[in-house]
Design a protein around this ligand. Structure first.
Ligand SMILES: [Zn+2]
Length: 240
């Protein structure tokens, strides 16, 4: 009499010898462990349509070509170190030291490319407290109320009266993704993070561009608060 209920699966191993069965199970468990170990994202219970991959943004700098050459020298080329997740964006080979008004400084702050039409330093609130500045939470490029910092490069330094912001939480997506989520460029939404320090993030700005890949950008303070260590997904909840 056959006993398929022994393992509940439909595989053809009920006629295998005991040793062959043990080998097969060992093989399957090994494969499962290997898959779990190399999986890019932690498994989450979110419905697939709502899952948004997370990118954690460490402090970084955007510069104009003029400012870059002033700090690094006219003959220095702006060079790529490695591409970032968003197409066309990259970490450059160049870093600066940023100095606050109390002369407290943070070294090795990386410049991201491509070069832009404005100079901007994106810091976490923890960095801001250390530096002794009070930057606003702002969208990239909105520097009207930005805080002052001095940028120190290998060839010269430059005081910028309005350059430092704490970047808004934001999601990069295509217009097609935006339709799927029922939002448009400039809207704000809520997202949920799972796990032991799970939380809901509000005021997450929607930014659309058809060359972008779906990804939410959180700074290191937000990521650490929610215990986000690796690439994980968050769940889109609703438009605010
Ligand atoms: Zn971003």
């Amino acid at each position: 009499m056959s006993t398929p209920e022994l393992c509940g699966c439909t595989r053809q191993h009920h006629s295998l010898t005991h040793d062959a069965l043990v080998d097969l199970i060992t093989e399957e468990i090994t494969a499962m462990l290997r898959d779990a170990g190399t999986s890019r994202r932690q498994p989450v219970a979110y419905p697939l349509y709502a899952a948004i991959p997370v990118g954690v943004s460490n402090r970084h700098i955007h510069l104009t070509p003029a400012t870059f050459h002033r700090l690094f020298g006219e003959d220095t080329a702006f060079e790529v170190m490695r591409p970032l997740f968003q197409p066309g964006e990259f970490a450059s080979q160049h870093v600066l030291t940023i100095v606050g008004p109390k002369l407290r400084s943070i070294p090795n702050v990386r410049i991201l490319g491509p070069l832009r039409t404005y100079d901007q330093v994106e810091v976490s609130l923890t960095d801001a407290i250390f530096l002794g500045i009070d930057p606003p939470v702002a969208n990239s490029g909105s520097l009207g109320k930005a805080a002052p910092l001095t940028l120190v490069g290998p060839k010269s330094s430059l005081y910028l009266d309005r350059c430092a912001i704490v970047a808004n939480r934001h999601i990069h997506m295509t217009t097609k993704d935006a339709e799927r989520f029922g939002v448009k460029n400039g809207d704000y939404c809520r997202v949920r993070v799972g796990g032991e320090k799970g939380t809901i993030f509000e005021h997450v700005l929607i930014r659309t561009n058809d060359s972008w890949k779906l990804q939410i950008h959180l700074d290191t303070d937000d990521a650490n608060a929610a215990n986000i260590r690796n690439d994980i997904d968050v769940e889109f909840l609703e438009r605010m």
